[in-house]
Unconditional design. Sequence first.
Lengths: 102, 94
Amino acid sequence: MPRVHDRGGWPDAGPINKAEHDLSMWEKRTDALLMLLARPTKRVLRVDELRRAIESLAPDAYEKLSYYERWITAIEILLIEKGILTRTEIDQKAEEINIHQS
Amino acid sequence: MSAKFKPGDKVRVRVGSPPGHLRTPHYIQGKTGSVAAVHGTFRNPESLAYGGDGLPKQFLYLVCFEQTQVWEQYPASRQDRLLIDIYEHWLEPA
């Protein structure tokens, strides 16, 4: 039984929506964040690690999250794992941003 | 270090689902194809995925399969091919 990310040969869920769609600012920032973290001069993390972290998501979370939601979730997992940020620091910052925006 | 296989060699993909990260999709495991090209050596992603150095480097091959061999009831031509990159430690002689 293949794991949730190993999709080749699974029954499909209908035709793929091939329409172009705009990326939101947070999605672009997530992409930029990964590029900065993975750049060879620093190499805080590797894309292989990002893949592994995405693949470690629980199957229901994997199915529910969008493409960049998987990325940012995996980036959080790796930054915590490497001791660069703590869960508390990330949650506090998110809370501050929520307060400023509301 | 020299490559174990050369273009034209028949190879079978090993079957396995070791815990951790791997680049050998489930659908191609156990299938037999032929080496189309030797890409060279690359750090092993199964180690890189956990912060390892990926050494020793592994040979990576472009392997060619007949689609009718990969998928049951494949509807189209027997000439259709699947080309996929597979690391050497996932291949055995066939």
